[in-house]
Design a protein around this ligand. Structure first.
Ligand code: NI
Ligand code: MN
Length: 225
């Protein structure tokens, strides 16, 4: 499973030759100006919630690629009205293909589009393929519901927001890492805007002192898990 960081909370995940794109917010992110949304690959676009910093480029990329949008019912319906292809799920439900599965799990946050349209309840995804699983928490506080994930899934890595203010911060992400029983964490949702600016070296140290590893990917780079 190859994971590529496109800035903020946007990741590409390549599994079995399929390209999953999570929460595309690229054209509005000056830090991601080197990423070209007109060439980015997507067979599926997974959307955690409707906030602008997670959906800005969904339409542009879905129109060009014909990707299937996987999200909650309200978000898929919103894009369906724009003639974009989608598959709705809801909390606890799993989208399954021969190449991967993606379970929509709880997040504590809010979800609305910039035009005020209700964006359903926010979520995260547990993506599984080839005996590897990654938990994409989405925007969320640390929540005891995270304890449910390791009851069914042994996680290889977790993608957690660490920027504080709108989501959990570093200290709570360490707690989240304990709850999901996964010590390999990839950080997101930091430094894009002033309210979520953090000291990434300090964040890494906080994780290592807890016996965990925090990976901060440079935008445009990938890791294999
Ligand atoms: Ni949000
Ligand atoms: Mn956000």
């Amino acid at each position: 499973m190859k994971i590529t960081f496109y800035g903020h909370s946007c990741f590409g995940i390549e599994v079995n030759g399929k390209h999953l794109l999570i929460d595309p917010f690229i054209s509005g992110n000056p830090l991601a100006s080197a990423i070209n949304i007109n060439t980015i690959k997507a067979d599926y676009i997974l959307v955690t919630h409707a906030h602008q910093d997670h959906v800005l480029d969904v339409e542009t990329i879905a129109e060009r690629t014909g990707a299937t949008i996987i999200s909650n019912y309200e978000i898929v319906s919103y894009y369906g009205a724009k003639e974009l292809k989608g598959h709705p799920v809801n909390h606890g439900g799993t989208f399954k293909t021969a190449d991967f599965s993606a379970k929509y799990v709880n997040a504590i946050h809010t979800s609305s589009f910039t035009d005020g349209t209700y964006g359903g309840q926010p979520g995260g995804f547990v993506i599984t393929a080839k005996e590897k699983s990654v938990y994409v928490a989405g925007d969320t506080a640390v929540t005891m519901d995270m304890k449910l994930i390791p009851m069914t899934t042994k996680l290889t890595a977790s993608i957690f927001p660490i920027g504080d203010n709108f989501t959990m911060g570093v200290e709570d992400a360490v707690i989240a890492s304990n709850l999901v029983e996964c010590n390999q964490v990839i950080g997101c949702h930091f430094n894009t805007f002033p309210p979520i600016a953090i000291d990434t070296e300090k964040a890494k140290k906080t994780f290592s002192e807890a016996g965990k590893e925090l990976t901060i990917l440079e935008i445009g780079t990938s890791i294999e898990i």
